[in-house]
Design a binder for this molecule. Sequence first.
Ligand SMILES: Cc1cc2nc3c(=O)[nH]c(=O)nc-3n(C[C@H](O)[C@H](O)[C@H](O)COP(=O)(O)O)c2cc1C
Ligand code: SF4
Length: 575
Amino acid sequence: RLSGLGAVKRGTMRKPNFRDVFSRFADDMHAEGTAVTAQIIMQGAQPHSASGVLANYTNNQPTHVLTYDEIQRTIDEYAFTAAEAEAAGFDGVEMHANHEDVMQLFISPYTNRRTDAYGGDFDARLRFPMEAFAAMRAVTGPGFVIGMRFNMDEFFEGGYDLAEGIRIAQAFEASGHIDYLHCVIGNNWGAPSYVQPHVFGRAQWAEMAGKFRAALSIPVIYGGRVSDPEAGEAVLAEGHADVVSIARAFFADEDFVAKARAGSSDTIRPCIGCNDCLHAAAIDGLPFGCSVNPRAGREAEPAPAPVPSPRRVTVVGGGPAGMEAAAVAAERGHHVTLWDRAPQLGGLMRVAGAVPENAAYLAFIDHQTARLTEAGVNLKLGEEATADTILADAPDVVLLATGTRPRTLDASGVDAPFVVEGRDVLMGTADVGRNVVVIAREDHMQPLTVTSALLERGCSVRVIYQTPGVAPGVGKYSIGGILGKLTGQGATFTVMTRVAAIAPDKLTLKCVYSGVESEMTDFDTVVLACGGTPDAGLYDALNGKGPEVRIFGDAYVPNRILHATRQAYENACLI
Ligand SMILES: Cc1cc2nc3c(=O)[nH]c(=O)nc-3n(C[C@H](O)[C@H](O)[C@H](O)COP(=O)(O)O)c2cc1C
Ligand code: SF4
């Protein structure tokens, strides 16, 4: 349990086939002209810590406090790992001393309360990572790069702040052990998290990295929402870092670098900051994936095959599922027509794009629109497709990505004029007063996006959830940043509560568990954010009438963008 990755599994470098696999990987990467480094992680609280304390407001996990002897064994393990990486042909290793790694737990004055040689004053807190670096240096050659990924500021009462962070970095530089410092921010509980969601700005913390760069002479890397080449270039031009690091934008478009180099950044598929690349795999247990790129994680698979004999394909619905299906089908050579009743593509994604933090949604829709145009898809926008109009075109295949209709609430008074639908709020077509209550019966982003739109308009917003927590479908790497923003703007949240009756002067509330009754007053408008119900009527109308009919995305069952694009891709590959 001391031997590597998260300390819960056998360390990767201890696997018998490690050298073979990793040296082939290194050779392949070198052949492409890139350097290769490995990051050494010993994630905190999995299950280890410095002294049983986490700098974390929401994680109450008990931990195992490393003993003196275990620290010595771990230092040996860092040395073994670095030596193995070098033997496999890697150019260097990076110590993960960020993201609540055990190393950060030792460095931080809040989480390190030890009284032995590895805790207490400044030098003692740095001793464990210092000794690990020294041990790695001792077993690797002079040209082998050793870097440190570092949390610039813990943003936690009692933790180290930016000034202290710079002092810590200077101490590591002075030791002569590290070749570069990789500056990031974020914590496990999430405001901001290690993987900052869409509510944060592009490269938002780069200026902090610039302060490290000014105080150090080794190269400084900045990482965190460098989501497009322009954001990265700006960080470099402003002198905040020598290098930028990028994670999610590479999942969204594996050709990010090639496109940037070729001067065609505008063709890069934009990351929307939804964090499903993490949440789907780490939390839902789904295979790794990306909401905007159904090929993420499967890049080595051949691209969808061109079709030997093109078919006439009608796609109904221009949301994320319909756009992806139409693009893939047309790129494979089919003759594709895409219908949407709205005058513009995007479906609910465009509706949700009304709030400033979802600007990347609009960029993604633009990307898909360009792709559809390039692939020669015939767009029929602003036209309602009916079974008759579809059949009149005599398609061979109909792909239904018709999305959802708003779901209503089962409560008396729901039809009152002051009760409006969340989608209408986002589209700006609902009459909304100053004091608003949002009834949240969707577990993912919809109620939070509606709340954000209302706050933008200057409303005072109270949100009621039936679930024991707010937005249970939003993963831990996103929820903190989002709730930090909304509560910072004044939104309040009530949980475990259902709205049993709606009247002009009061809402009758009941605790979902005990049934204990209460009421809420002083509102002008009630907004329903209850998600959607599949809009699947065309399936019954078309099935058995000649064309092959497929239905997917929200029209099959409402879910996240990740599911919509993935199902669309798979279906478009099957026709
Ligand atoms: C799927 C996934 C896995 C990650 N794994 C690691 C990791 O092993 N070590 C690490 O330091 N950061 C990890 N991160 C965080 C990223 O390195 C990066 O700091 C963060 O995503 C912000 O950068 P970005 O905006 O370019 O994505 C991971 C992020 C994602 C989305
Ligand atoms: S899943 Fe979302 S956050 Fe992750 S890379 Fe794709 S678009 Fe970006």
